[in-house]
Design a protein around this ligand. Structure first.
Ligand SMILES: Cc1ncc(COP(=O)(O)O)c(C=O)c1O
Length: 396
């Protein structure tokens, strides 16, 4: 039956991250690979979900209150006025919001600009919608945006640009200057911006997340996608949203209804409790993640990784293998599982364009630190056991 598969389906392979997780399970390794928390969700939102199930919120539903709270958050965080009745669509996570957005705006052959490295699912979504991904490499070690490179990537066919900030896998938070460059280019070239802001509440060192949509002239050409997944440690609840100009929001809603009908009803109810969490909840989240970042960053620096960029947001560290390490990223990860009992992700899967001469895309390893204190302590002990007399990892 393989012949019956679409040509696009034939190009999609199982996620390498998932495959590594299976190997890690077999080796009983500590999992710093996948980007989901291994600690409990906040009790106040679990209680709300349980109450919703007990109250029989079991049927297809649209909980308008969730849109009202998302609109309120847009005002609080970014000073943006968003109509909750027309401009917000609740979807099954950011993933569905992003896919439905691509189906809403992309025609066959349209080009979509993305920054490289990038989160792996955008590429397939764009191609499923008939679009052509065009990558603009961010420059290491600080993952800076080169405005000339960006400018040159636009063509007559460019329809949209995707921006993920705070960024997976590097932990970069795009600053105001960079956002102004991107906004200027989108406006000059009449391009739609699609943002992925799932890590909007996870930023460090007093750095604030700025939404591209909040820059002058951008709200009318930007689709914001985000979700509860990372902010409330509930990646399996599948509650996300798109905030968009009315006509795009209406198209996203029409596609969402035909693909999934609605997001899970009890969790839409629980989203009300999540989105009205007090400021202290978000402050605590930030503080906790900042201390987890410091713990894993310092550990990796101590055992010999080249740590030239400290994450400013998200919950990933993108660590560089030192020149002395003879292994590629994939070989390193396999040895780390077998010898230390810790699993991380080879960086090469996040790169799509040819890297410039001064760095190699196969020299990075992504570590996720959205893990409990116990998990991080266990990883630290296991990694520390693998150091040689000079204090460096034996694999180096
Ligand atoms: C950058 C980024 N966007 C989106 C997602 C998925 O979000 P959701 O669970 O809301 O679909 C992830 C999950 O790892 C991610 O890292």
């Amino acid at each position: 039956m393989e012949a019956k598969l679409s040509s696009l389906a034939k190009t999609l392979t199982p996620s390498s991250i998932q495959q590594l997780s299976y190997l890690a399970q077999r080796c009983n390794a500590v999992n710093l690979a996948e980007g989901f928390p291994d600690f409990p969700a906040p009790p106040h939102i679990k209680d709300a979900a349980v109450s919703a199930i007990r109250a029989d919120f079991n049927q297809y539903s649209h909980v308008q209150g969730t849109c009202d709270y998302v609109a309120r958050k847009m005002k609080e965080m970014h000073g943006m006025n968003v109509d909750p009745l027309t401009d917000i669509v609740i979807c099954c996570g950011q993933s569905e919001a992003f896919a439905a957005t691509m189906f809403s705006i992309i025609d066959q052959g349209d080009e979509v600009i993305l920054f490289d490295p990038s989160y792996e699912t955008y590429d397939a979504c764009i191609r499923l919608a008939g679009g052509i991904p065009v990558y603009v490499g961010l420059d290491p070690p600080q993952w800076t945006l080169d405005s000339d490179k960006l400018e040159k990537s636009f063509t007559e066919k460019t329809k949209a640009l995707v921006l993920n900030s705070p960024h997976n896998p590097t932990g970069k938070v795009f600053n105001k200057d960079e956002l102004e460059i991107i906004a200027g280019a989108c406006q000059r070239r009449d391009v739609v911006a699609v943002t992925d802001e799932v890590y909007e509440h996870i930023t460090f060192d007093n750095q604030n997340h700025i939404s591209l949509a909040s820059l002058p002239g951008m709200q009318s050409r930007t689709v914001i996608t985000s979700s509860l997944s990372k902010t409330f440690s509930v990646t399996g609840w599948r509650i996300g949203w798109a905030v968009a100009p009315t006509c795009i929001a209406s198209a996203v809603r029409n596609i969402h209804i035909r693909m999934t009908d609605c997001a899970p009803a009890p969790f839409q109810e629980a989203a009300l409790a999540a989105l009205r969490s007090p400021p202290a909840y978000f402050e605590r989240l930030r503080r906790d993640y900042e201390s987890k970042r410091d713990c894993i960053f310092n550990l990796l620096a101590k055992v010999g990784f080249k740590m030239q960029f400290k994450p400013q947001g998200s919950f990933f560290v993108f660590a560089q293998l030192p020149e002395s390490c003879p292994l590629s990223d994939a070989e390193f990860v396999e040895e780390l599982i077998k010898q230390a009992g810790v699993v991380a992700v080879p960086g090469a899967g996040f790169f799509h364009s040819k890297p410039s001469a001064d760095y190699a895309s196969s020299r990075y390893i992504r570590f996720a630190f959205c893990k409990s204190e116990d998990t991080l302590a266990a990883a630290s002990v296991k990694i520390s056991r693998l150091v040689d007399a000079s204090g460096n990892l034996k694999l180096f």
